[in-house]
Design a binder for this molecule. Sequence first.
Ligand SMILES: NC(=O)c1ccc[n+]([C@@H]2O[C@H](COP(=O)([O-])OP(=O)(O)OC[C@H]3O[C@@H](n4cnc5c(N)ncnc54)[C@H](OP(=O)(O)O)[C@@H]3O)[C@@H](O)[C@H]2O)c1
Length: 257
Amino acid sequence: MTTALITGGTSGIGAAFATRLARDGLDLVLVARDTERLAERARRLRDQHGVAVDVLPADLSAEPGIETVEARLADRSHPVDLLVNNAGFGNQGRYLELPVADELTMLRVHCEAVLRLTTEATEAMRERRRGGVVNVASVAAFLPRGTYGASKAWVVQFTQGAARDLAGSGIRLMALCPGFVRTEFHQRAGMDAGAVPNWMWLDAARVVDAAMTDLARGKDLSIPDPRYKALMGLARIAPRGLLARTSSSAGRRYGPR
Ligand SMILES: NC(=O)c1ccc[n+]([C@@H]2O[C@H](COP(=O)([O-])OP(=O)(O)OC[C@H]3O[C@@H](n4cnc5c(N)ncnc54)[C@H](OP(=O)(O)O)[C@@H]3O)[C@@H](O)[C@H]2O)c1
């Protein structure tokens, strides 16, 4: 049986990956911090789809959490065929409105954990000559948007570079870059997302379906919606100053802390 490990598999895009992959008949390992929510989510997936679902409580901003997931990915007796590095968050505020410790926590979850988990997973996959890794970035990777955008730019560059380095190994790596998706993300980050126009919002299940199609096609980068593909095409040719002004305001109104 094929097994997928999903970080942040209890909510939003990660939960949509879990539902889609369980529907496809994959066994799952779900990683997140909230143990009760993990157990509830696993129970529902087992009941609805008849697949095996293990839970792995871990905080990916802390060394023991990263080590726990690394150990699971290194376990050759229970191989993981698809890793989805999805756990992530936004901080409530712009640069210098936030303690630098919060920015470092973000880099740990978005970059260090992604690097270490991808490395552990692909080492094991290389021995079996098959496997896949989806690293969830964001269209913010292409825009000047503080540490969040910078961390997601790292995810894109790292993933595309690793995909090239591992070409011919049987392993597919893909960076997934959604636009605004209706999840708990904005509320958790204290963002007032009310100013984001309706047409910019994406549905998590559709994002995941498009991502899985792109992964099957062997793409190393997925922007899962024609509207955002067009916008990112424009972003590539727009003057950097204009881009910085526009992107630093879009969806970045914060409520009181
Ligand atoms: N929503 C959007 O508009 C959007 C757009 C582009 C990209 N993204 C990216 O998509 C990914 C998923 O975001 P989402 O929108 O689905 O957010 P979400 O609904 O808030 O879900 C976040 C998930 O990550 C887990 N998580 C957060 N911090 C963690 C940590 N330190 N250790 C382990 N698990 C952690 C959460 O569970 P626990 O709290 O229980 O740990 C939860 O399962 C993120 O990487 C985000 O940057 C989101």
